[in-house]
Design a binder for this molecule. Structure first.
Ligand code: NAI
Ligand code: 13P
Length: 377
């Protein structure tokens, strides 16, 4: 990774951030504090005006001052004109619709980075896959940024690390250099699948943690869910071609710890409300911000089934969302559904052989599917 020194980034890069919610606005501050001139696209003109004139986004980031080098507009064409880097931070389920409209406005050749942590309902596509298919661009131009990145903490300049991933190491390095400043450090990797799925799956486990918190269960239950949740995340990501070490890195374990432990997390908060007895519909109504995990449960379980990956925790979450499982009954099922006897823990072997356990399980599942005449997605 020492090749980063060879990558050339313009002296004051012109960067566009699409989306002025809590993460888009916070990331614009990260980029500006790293030396970029940043234009944020906000859907609502009044929010663009507040960012542009008061250097504030009081609904999403109360008390946070944005740097003078952040400006904003509600005109997406103006936002994108002359951009040298584009970052996208809108709710996952609205990405496709927005891209169709702005496809022709993105300048030729610039790297496009997803800051989003969801999969698309219906298609099960990761956000980088939606970018690639709608914009019809080379995957080498696409990056994703992920990690333990609770927006408000970063907006307050608390030291944080992230990982930028792209099929092209050069793109990852260029983007990481722009997305680095005195309080925010971006590492790089080329495992886009593992990095993206880490960000998606930790949301589901954070919902589970919120549920048991809401019910009133304590630290043992939560630690059990985090640990077993990481096994589910790793098995799933590896089945789709991700690397197990990515899931024990910033975009996996790192983000899982941050999201599961923080009341700032919207996924965790949504889970807590469910655990306290509120219905899914009530929780959705009460959320002011995006809790991606709620929309990702169904597509993730469909993808898991296609590869024969067992995800008992995610399944229990989906049952609580559907109202078919009382949150109080969740604990006995959370770590296993298997009543045929004790199950091997399977974390030790994965650790001892650097993730070989997850790889072996993926191969075994593929063989089983072939034997039974089923094909993976
Ligand atoms: N907030 C956080 O701490 C972090 C969030 N993320 C991810 O960033 C993405 C965006 O999340 P947040 O900014 O937190 O959400 P948010 O709920 O704070 O803001 C979403 C923004 O998108 C806008 N929006 C809503 N529907 C839209 C549509 N149809 N078209 C265009 N814009 C629309 C909203 O007006 C708002 O400005 C999500 O995928 C989330 O998982 C990732 C890391 C940290
Ligand atoms: O992704 C996040 C932290 O890394 C933010 O989590 P929430 O979307 O649950 O708030």
């Amino acid at each position: 990774m020492s090749r980063a020194s060879k990558v050339v980034v313009p002296p004051r890069p012109r960067v566009t951030v699409l989306g002025a919610g809590s993460w888009g606005t916070t990331f614009s501050k990260v980029l500006a504090d790293g030396g970029a001139d940043v234009t944020v696209w906000a859907r609502r003109p009044e929010l663009a005006k507040e960012i542009r004139e008061a250097k504030r986004n009081s609904d999403y980031l109360p008390g946070v001052n944005l740097p003078p080098t952040v400006t904003a507009t509600s005109d997406v064409g103006r936002a994108l004109a002359d951009a040298q880097f584009v970052f996208v931070s809108i709710p996952s389920q609205s990405l496709r619709g927005n891209l169709v409209e702005l496809k022709t406005l993105i300048p030729e050749g610039v790297p496009i980075t997803s800051l989003m942590k969801g999969v698309e309902k219906g298609t099960g596509l990761r956000m980088s896959e939606v970018l690639e298919s709608v914009l019809e661009i080379d995957p080498d131009r696409i990056a994703v940024a992920s990690g333990p990145n609770l927006a408000l903490e970063i907006a307050k300049e608390q030291p944080t690390a992230a990982v930028v991933s792209s099929a092209s190491l050069e793109t990852a390095e260029r983007v990481a250099m722009v997305a680095t400043n005195r309080y925010f450090r971006s590492f790089v990797n080329t495992d886009v699948i593992g990095t993206e799925f880490g960000g998606v799956l930790k949301n589901l486990i954070a919902v589970a943690i919120g549920i048991v918190d809401g019910v009133g269960y304590g630290e043992n239950t939560k630690a059990s869910i985090i640990t077993r949740g990481l096994v589910e995340m790793t098995d799933f990501a590896v089945a789709y071609g991700g690397h197990p070490e990515t899931l024990s890195g910033l975009a996996g374990l790192g983000d899982l710890i941050a999201t599961s432990g923080s009341s700032l997390s919207r996924n965790n908060t949504a889970g807590r409300l469910l655990g306290q007895g509120y219905s899914f519909a009530d929780v959705v109504k009460s959320m002011q911000q995006t809790a991606e995990g709620l929309a990702s449960v169904a597509p993730v379980l469909t993808l898991a089934e296609a590869k024969g990956v067992d995800m008992p925790i995610c399944r229990q979450v989906s049952q609580v969302l559907a109202g078919t499982l009382d949150p109080r009954d969740i604990a006995p099922h959370l770590t296993t559904d298997d009543d045929s006897g004790p199950q091997g823990e399977r974390t030790l072997d994965a650790k001892q052989d650097h993730g070989g356990g997850a790889v072996r399980r993926a191969l075994q599942r593929a063989l089983d599917q072939l034997r039974h005449g089923r094909r993976g997605a």
